[in-house]
Design a binder for this molecule. Structure first.
Ligand code: ZN
Ligand code: ZN
Length: 350
């Protein structure tokens, strides 16, 4: 038996988000039911609402940076109990059997992971609804523990922005003393700076806007490189061990490729769209690599959260009420937020 709950959603690509009712399944034997307290606002939410990736199903109820308390567990659930502070990120299910799932890389499930919203709902049919809602029921394998000592509001964005930047830093084994560039100071970039700093790297914020220098340094960048300044770009040529590229749109690649050391890698985590053509010689000349990375598996997400607990790392956020969401979207598009909006779900419960 399902329950009807309050949510915020969009009925079509042109619509503003508004209050709607959705169904949540009853808590099954393997499920955890969560009372949502906070939900982060990710740029992907906006892309999905506006059908930018041409795969949206309506109504869209976005939200995949979910934090809340456990209010019910199924009989097979041992790891969680009522009252626990937990999180849910971008995935709520996967096949659990394929090679990727067995390697704890559910985000690359060969049968397709189930997105927290806009995914195929195996239980109720139709599609999944995300965290802009009062509660959610999730398979226990996709529920994460939030460390008790960190601020739950600031923890919400760790579930997408956090793991998206953490996973490549770990996969490419960024270590103490490495020179790491982070391109773009937004929701992703600010987490990249914090993590790279905490891992002991020498962090260089690479940005087009000189006015972001102060903020980047406050977040943990040791240097700021203004990408429009050709002389400064030349000074840093062939010097980076690793570059995390968070630019969310197609862009010139050659200036950044030139910054990499021999054998170094630049990883894209933002631009899910065509890039400007770049010169093969830039890669060939230094055996350089360009790679991509998508969120992270559940095991790695828990490791990231535990690391945040140990190092007291959270996202810098601006807390909003649910009914402010349409204004917040405009500000995200204008990059006018430091650095993530988080919805206080008490405002929807009313
Ligand atoms: Zn996201
Ligand atoms: Zn799988």
């Amino acid at each position: 038996m399902s329950t009807t709950i309050k949510a915020y959603g969009a009925e079509d690509a042109k619509a503003h988000l508004k209050p709607i009712s959705i169904e949540r399944r009853a808590c099954g034997d393997d499920d955890v039911k969560i009372d949502i307290t906070y939900c982060g606002v990710c740029h992907s939410d906006i892309h999905t609402v506006r059908n930018d990736w041409k795969n949206s199903k309506y109504p869209v109820v976005p939200g995949h940076e979910i934090v809340g308390h456990v209010i019910e567990v199924g009989k097979n659930v041992k790891k969680f109990k009522n009252g626990d502070l937990v999180g849910v990120g971008c995935m709520v299910d996967s096949c659990q059997e394929c090679a990727s799932c067995k390697e704890d890389l559910e985000q690359f499930c060969e049968k397709g992971m189930v997105g927290t919203y806009n995914g195929k709902d195996k239980h109720l049919g139709g599609h999944t609804f995300g965290g802009y809602s009062t509660s959610i029921v999730v398979n226990k394998e996709f529920v994460l523990s939030i460390p008790k000592n960190i601020d739950p509001k600031g923890a919400a964005p760790l579930l997408c922005a956090g793991i998206t930047t953490w996973s490549p830093l770990r996969h490419w084994k960024v270590k103490k003393g490495d020179k790491v560039g982070v391109i773009g100071l937004g929701g992703l970039g600010h987490m990249g700076v914090k993590f790279a700093h905490a891992l002991g790297a020498h962090v260089v914020m690479i940005t087009t806007s000189p006015d972001k220098a102060q903020d980047a340094k406050a977040l943990g960048a040791h240097e700021v490189l203004i990408s429009k300044n050709e002389d400064d770009m030349k000074k840093h040529k062939n010097s980076f061990d690793f570059i995390l590229n968070t630019i969310p749109v197609g862009h010139e690649m050659d200036p950044y490729i030139a910054l990499l050391k021999r054998d170094a890698t630049m990883v894209l985590v933002g631009a899910v769209e065509p890039l400007k053509p770049f010169h093969g010689g830039g890669l060939i000349g230094g055996r350089k690599r360009i790679a991509g990375s998508l969120i992270g598996g559940i095991k790695e997400t828990q490791e990231m959260l535990d690391f945040c607990g140990e190092h007291n790392i959270v996202s810098d956020i601006e807390l909003i009420d649910m009914f402010d969401i349409n204004k917040a979207y405009e500000r995200v598009i204008d990059s006018d937020v430091k650095y993530r909006f988080v919805i206080d779900m008490a405002s929807l419960k009313g």
